[in-house]
Design a protein around this ligand. Sequence first.
Ligand code: ZN
Length: 266
Amino acid sequence: MTIPDEYREHIHFGKIYISLRRSCRMIRKEKLRQTISRVSMKKAIVLLSGGLDSTTALYVAKSQGFDELYALTFRYGQKHDKEIQSAVAVARKAGVKEHKIVELLLNQWKGCSLTDPEMTIHDGDVARDTIPDTYVPARNMVFLSVAASYADALGVTDIFIGVSEVDYSGYVDCREEFIRSMEQTINLGTVLGAEQKRKITLHAPFLHMTKAEEIKLGTSLGVDFGMTWSCYRGTEKPCGTCDSCLLRAKAFREAGIKDPLTDESE
Ligand SMILES: [Zn+2]
């Protein structure tokens, strides 16, 4: 059948119209797919010092389905950067999306042996019931405030911190009362929490766990403790006598697991 000339143009534009509609549908589908993928990624920020607790917290976040992780490490004027090196290695191995190292020099005021060059880091004593001079004044409050800023900027509502009020050195900013209060403050002081009403949760999975329990959990989650650094001193190998080394050794002993960083449980 011959198509009259006056209709040919209509058919031509009709084909273009159908083709355009198809393209638009494909673009809409692709945009929908991208949105679904963005929404389904569970995001979390993890405070990562490079020590045993924060590394395990990172793996707990992963195990809870948080698949887009943002690690946050602080250079706060520590006398050595061994734990920062560990944090970098751990973050890389865990495949975090972004790792920020924030410089916040808390060594500008005195009184903490971890940051004050005039003070010596003394040998530890796990039986002590006073707060040792390795306490960095209000460190976790400062760190969590920065994490809140990062969360508000990213639109992330979950923050992980590896504190415990069971096996710790008596630091006040490791206690549940402080963590819950800080969570409330973060929700009141961020656009995410106060305006968008998207509740920000502070996850402290080890708050009521012993370090030994935490090590067992970390082992089951595939944490390589040999990559972590706990010692307060920047010696080549962990000193074995500072508060942090003593707590770590005791915990591995209680867990019945060998610390790959030392020969302590052999
Ligand atoms: Zn040590």
